[in-house]
Design a protein around this ligand. Structure first.
Ligand SMILES: Nc1ncnc2c1ncn2[C@@H]1O[C@H](COP(=O)(O)OP(=O)(O)OP(=O)(O)O)[C@@H](O)[C@H]1O
Ligand SMILES: [Mg+2]
Length: 299
């Protein structure tokens, strides 16, 4: 990293810094490199058009338009309650499982409307995997955690190969290869999260959604997951929700900043404020609200 292509780091969360002479805190500087395109061609995988989500009568998230590129890591950031998890769940129809939840607008994955009348939500979730904040291995052996998805899909042969390949891709194989028959729940938190990522990729999804996947992990396990995400982006398209600005700056290619505001009836709702290359969001945000958030003045 050279002085020309980086900006300095002030603090882990980008907290405001003052020297007592300023009326406003200075904009913190997040250490990051100039963006390098991850792939030569940027093919759109997920297209969101005027997406809104209701919980009963409550219109929680409104008017989201964005496109997610193949083999990129896209970060969703914003204050608590602005609808990040709500949006993430709408991309693999997990909101279907919440009574009263309804998604409006259009969400296309590779040009297919995933809410189309002929589309099976279970099939959608196979192609669009999800990793949650708290690692959730099945109460089964490490082997069976990984083999579960392929077995459900009818795969009977080559399960050993799929298990080894998935655990290797998730950088867990060396740590577990001698205890594949022990429970997935016996692993450490960071290992469990890598197991969940291995389970997710065992069915070869087109997109991986991650909702604060490092929130319950220590810094070393967090860095391992971040390295793993970078590796996986060669083959997968990843959308990650994170509260950690440094993480968004470190791992993502593009960042979408959401916030909550009040409508004319005083009802709070989430909206997408700005979506751009991560470097632009953190160094030259166009919207004042983005700047306030990434600089730690708000949220
Ligand atoms: N199952 C639900 N039923 C009703 N309202 C919900 C439900 N889940 C979320 N909401 C509401 O939708 C809004 C967005 O919530 P969401 O969980 O998506 O926010 P978030 O940005 O992920 O927040 P956090 O950063 O705290 O995880 C909030 O007002 C929340 O109360
Ligand atoms: Mg959330």
């Amino acid at each position: 990293m050279t002085a020309e292509n980086t900006v300095e780091l002030d603090s882990e969360q980008g907290a405001p810094v003052t020297d007592g002479t300023e009326t406003r805190p200075t904009l913190p500087r997040i250490a990051m490199q100039q963006p390098k395109p991850r792939s030569e061609t940027s093919e759109t995988v997920v297209t969101l058009q005027d997406v809104g989500v209701w919980y009963g009568d409550y219109h929680a998230l409104r008017g989201v338009n964005m496109e997610v590129n193949r083999n990129e890591i896209t970060a969703l950031i914003g204050p608590s309650g602005c609808g990040k998890s709500t949006l993430l769940r709408s991309i693999n129809r997990m909101n279907d499982l919440i009574p009263g939840a309804r998604v409006g607008g259009t969400i296309e994955v590779h040009g297919t409307d995933i809410y189309g009348s002929d589309v099976d939500p279970v099939e959608v979730r196979r192609h669009i995997g999800m990793v949650f904040q708290k690692p959730n291995p099945f109460p089964k052996s490490i082997y069976d955690n990984i083999a579960y998805g392929p077995r459900v899909l009818g795969q009977k042969k080559n399960l050993d190969d799929i298990v080894e390949e998935s655990l290797t891709r998730a950088v867990l194989w060396d740590e577990v290869k001698d205890k594949l028959k022990t429970s997935g729940l016996s692993l450490s938190g960071g290992q469990q999260q890598r197991l969940c990522i291995a389970r997710c990729i065992a069915v070869r999804p087109q997109v991986i959604l991650m909702d604060e996947p490092c929130a319950s992990l220590d810094p070393i396990a967090t860095l391992k997951i971040e390295d793993l995400m970078q590796e996986l982006a060669d083959d997968y398209t990843i959308i990650i929700v994170t509260h950690n600005m440094q993480q968004a700056a470190r791992v993502s290619d593009r960042t979408a900043f959401f916030t909550a505001k009040l409508d004319e009836h005083g009802e709070r709702f989430g909206e997408l404020v700005e979506y751009d290359l991560t470097h632009s969001i953190f160094t030259q945000p166009k919207d004042q609200r983005t700047e306030d958030y990434v600089s730690g003045r708000y949220g």
